[in-house]
Design a protein. Structure first.
Length: 436
């Protein structure tokens, strides 16, 4: 990672033909720093396979063969980590994914004839996902209007899309004035890293930031530097896999969600009464030893003074002390109902959060207005698709650790499933915690 720069995590979402992967590949191809040698190898392979440098092909290869550091690039201010949601299932997973918080959601819309109409219809998944971004409290949104080079009247088409999407955004909790609209061609590379004469009609974007300051510019890269990265917080480390290695010790493999982890420091394990767990060493998956790892890094922590059964997929590690991670007794959450469901007060539901799943007792408190989040109906008997409700959930296991959205967003987003179907997504508003 570029140590002098903060991490910024972006999620690209949109319809299947919006050009998300081509855009992601272009960003990684032109802006990648750590993956130069990998990119050069893939350029050669792409030309052999496709006869040209296909950025979507490069992205697919990096995603399937590379490491998390390969899916990143640098701007003037940030080291940017890229994730794309290629379909509805991926979108839901990435919104509550087993990794760092999402700082910016980037909606990619196709501007070509019929493309925008299909992507932004009243019943489209893309429109629903834009609402979910607001419900799950992703604080920053950017709209990229792609394939602008395919339009006979690019200026008129762009203005049409801005007006239509702004009307929808105004019905959510996002302020339309904070949302920049940037026209690009991901295939040609227009207006991504540099302004293009082909878009001479475009006078640039402007937006108000979370700091209420006004920002303006022309290119996509310019606008990324105006977003705010997650603030420094106490350590939270999400374990993806835990295992014991002879002559090494117990290994916790996963993401640093927040804070900094250092070799030699002591950590607490949520749900376990043990403050003597120590980090012996920090290693990359290629067994490169590090002195420390920061938010966004995917590493192995070699631990001592703990038992193998205490470290497994879904375990949360953190600082020892007053803000140590603790297991959850019960929590309240805002829940968006995606599909018709059997959920009602008194039922047991299965909640998936940060690489962990657990049964919870459900109590439905009230339905909420989607814009103001004020109460509409108390104790509704039936939940319908599109409802936003406030609920109380009580886990039946003592090892679950969730956090408040206002404190640790990536540990506060979750899904509810019935069988193999995701029926709702939610964000934790308050938590009653156990002693450990």
């Amino acid at each position: 990672m570029s140590q002098e720069k903060s991490n910024l995590h972006i999620l690209l979402f949109g319809s299947i033909d919006s050009g998300k992967k081509t855009l992601a590949g272009h960003l990684l191809h032109k802006g990648g720093v750590e993956n130069k040698s990998t990119i050069q190898r893939l350029e050669k392979e792409a030309k052999k396979s496709t006869g040209d440098v296909k950025h979507s092909w490069i992205y697919d290869k990096l995603q399937s063969e590379g490491t998390p550091s390969d899916l990143s690039f640098d701007t003037k201010s940030y080291h940017v980590h890229v994730t794309t949601a290629t379909n509805e299932r991926d979108f839901i997973q990435e919104m509550v994914r087993e990794g760092p918080a999402i700082d910016v959601a980037i909606l990619v819309l196709p501007a070509d004839a019929g493309g925008f109409e299909g992507a932004w219809s009243e019943t489209s998944a893309t429109r629903q996902h834009t609402l979910l971004v607001a419900v799950l409290e992703i604080p920053q949104l950017l709209v990229v209007v792609n394939k602008i080079d395919k339009c006979d009247d690019p200026k008129g088409r762009f203005n049409q899309i801005v007006q239509s999407v702004s009307e929808t955004i105004s019905q959510t909790r996002h302020n339309p004035k904070s949302v920049a609209f940037v026209p690009i061609s991901s295939l040609a590379g227009d207006n991504i890293f540099e302004s293009s004469q082909k878009l001479s009609w475009y006078k640039g974007w402007s937006r108000s930031g979370l700091d209420d300051n006004s920002h303006d510019g022309s290119t996509l890269i310019d606008v990324l530097d105006t977003f705010k990265a997650a603030e420094s917080k106490p350590l939270r480390f999400s374990v993806h896999d835990g295992f014991s290695v002879p002559n090494r010790g117990i290994v916790a493999r996963g993401y640093v969600d927040y804070g900094t982890v250092k070799s030699g420091m002591k950590v607490a394990i949520a749900g376990i009464d043990n403050d003597s767990v120590e980090i012996v060493s920090i290693e990359k998956t290629q067994h490169e030893t590090l002195d420390q790892a920061v938010a966004g890094d995917f590493v192995d922590l070699v631990l001592q003074n703990c038992n193998p059964g205490e470290v497994h997929s879904g375990t949360i590690l953190g600082d020892v002390g007053s803000d140590a991670p603790r297991s959850t007794m019960r929590f309240t959450a805002r829940v968006f109902v995606l599909n018709n469901t059997r959920m009602k007060s008194g039922n047991m539901v299965t909640v998936y959060c940060d690489n962990n799943s657990f049964p919870c007792n459900l109590k439905v408190i009230e339905t909420l207005d989607p814009q103001s989040m004020e109460s509409l109906t108390e104790s509704p008997a039936i939940l319908q698709k599109g409802d936003i409700v406030l609920v109380e959930l009580s886990p039946t296991t003592k090892y679950l650790c969730v956090e408040r959205m206002s404190q640790y967003p990536s540990l506060a987003r979750f899904t509810i499933r019935e069988g193999k179907s995701t029926v709702a997504v939610g964000s934790v508003q308050s938590v009653m915690k156990n002693a450990h």
